[in-house]
Design a protein around this ligand. Structure first.
Ligand code: GLN
Length: 458
């Protein structure tokens, strides 16, 4: 395993060249959509000549292809942005670069981050790092696989309903979904504005924490960012925590092998002195229903800007303005994105707004209240990340409802804006299983402390 420390002893050029060779050697997995080779090598030389220093000097990384970056295209794995070259970089990328990190390429994703397997990419799916017959998970599948294959020590993703946590779990790496508002989203292609967050994948909680700390903090370019609060702590490591295992996610609907690994992790938590009890979150069973009303509504609004006029692919031969919009959008979006645009506009329409959108927002508040009530008695909540391990290609593609179930345990956390980590916790039939650790808003540090202490106790 090549963690960030592995890259410290060598020149930046050696690091970048090694990462590029590895990316090309693993091309078959289709984890990457493009390499930013020239820019990466230029930056490596700046580090080696001492012009560029910092906590990540010379460390290569990969960004999901919905982060605006210089040196190559930013496509969001969609045809509509296939030729889009960003004029600026996302704040998260800028902050990593200011610490000397080097972006070597862009990772595959479900188009516009809509999906749970990376099969919705307009450019073909990504293979799972552990078993290439299985899906990578999604939507940040390419980023998770890039870390799991040791191409880079960390990669960036976005998580709207589980898109970092679920692929982290499917590929056996750590995935971070921070508190809503902790990291600037400026320069990242928007999916659903009330739940979108930026996070990362890494091999260890310590590496993930370092990368998170560098990206965190308020940004005048993103008015939804919180005031700076993230102080990675050390003193929690020895504290005995009260942990609630969400019993609603440990029923027969969850694979036996997944439950077994979760129970073993719980036993390890108890062995080191934590108090773990089963708790109930009755609103959890409605979280997918809430999510698939609120999120499409926001998706429909955010995708309205892609009209074939200002940027993106334009359909040639349209005779009227309506045709130009309609045909460009028809060419440019994948089926799943079109489904969400249709559902979103439907639930926002004047006849249905009260019945669907408003109702969903009310139910969302009840879910938030239940999480908050549990955090009055528990420091951390715990659950599986997903009900199954990585599934086969095509297994869930003809039934969107089956695909959506993959996020049953992650979307509630997103609707409530809570921070969560996905940490590797063993295997079932040779495939990785992940544990989801959830904390109250702005208590992200607590999660890293617990995950680190559990890594060192295993
Ligand atoms: N899989 C979920 C969805 O399709 C989550 C996506 C995400 O977090 N970007 O909406």
């Amino acid at each position: 395993m090549k963690d960030i420390g592995y890259y410290k002893g060598k020149t930046a050029r050696q690091n970048v060249e090694e990462a590029l060779v590895s990316a090309k050697r693993h091309e078959d997995y289709h984890a990457l959509l493009s390499l930013t080779e020239d820019r990466a090598l230029e930056r490596a030389d700046m580090v080696d000549s001492g012009q560029l220093t910092g906590r990540l000097a010379g460390v290569p990384f990969i960004a999901k292809d919905n982060f605006l970056t210089l040196g190559g295209p930013t496509t969001a794995a969609s045809k509509i942005l296939e030729n889009f070259e960003a004029p600026l970089q996302a704040t998260a990328i800028e902050r990593l670069e200011a610490e000397g990190a080097i972006c070597i390429g862009k990772a595959n994703l479900d188009s516009f981050a809509h999906g749970s397997s990376t099969e919705n990419s307009a450019f073909g799916p990504t293979k799972n790092a552990v078993d290439p017959e299985k899906v990578a998970g999604g939507s940040s599948g390419g980023s998770a696989v890039s870390v799991a294959l040791d191409i880079v020590p960390f990669a960036l993703g976005t998580d709207t309903g589980g898109s970092i946590r679920q692929p982290a779990s499917f590929n056996g790496v750590v995935g971070v979904k921070p508190t809503y508002g902790m990291i600037s989203r400026f320069g990242v292609v928007a999916m659903a504005s009330s739940t979108d967050v930026i996070g990362c994948f890494a091999h260890t909680a310590a590496d993930a924490q370092l990368v998170t700390a560098i990206m965190a903090g308020s940004d005048p370019k993103d008015m939804t960012t919180l005031p700076d609060y993230f102080e990675p702590s050390k003193d929690m490591q020895s504290k005995k925590l009260k942990i609630g295992l969400i019993g609603d996610f440990m029923t027969d609907d969850t694979d036996e092998g997944v439950r077994r690994n979760v129970k073993e992790y719980v036993e390890r938590l108890k062995t080191v002195g934590h108090d773990v009890q089963t708790v109930s979150l009755p609103m959890a069973k409605y979280s997918l229903a809430i999510y698939y009303i609120v999120v499409p509504a926001e998706v429909a609004s955010n995708l309205a800007r892609y009209d074939g006029v200002r940027y993106g692919v334009r359909h040639e031969g349209a005779k009227t303005l309506d045709d130009l919009y309609g045909l460009s959008r028809d060419d440019g979006f994948v089926t799943e994105s079109k489904r969400r645009i249709m559902i979103g506009n439907y639930v926002l329409s004047s006849g249905y707004f009260d019945a669907y959108y408003l109702k969903a927002q009310q139910a969302r508040q009840l879910l938030i209240n239940q999480f908050d009530a549990l955090f009055e008695s528990y420091d951390i909540l715990l659950s599986p990340v997903t009900p199954t391990t990585a599934f086969g290609f095509g297994e869930n593609t003809d039934d969107p409802m089956k695909m959506y179930l993959s996020d049953a345990m992650t979307v509630g956390v997103s609707l409530a804006g809570l921070p969560a980590l996905s940490v590797p916790a063993g295997v079932s039939d040779g495939l990785p299983v992940g544990i989801q650790l959830i904390a109250p808003r702005q208590e992200d540090a607590r999660l890293f402390d617990l995950a680190s202490s559990m890594e060192s106790s295993s």
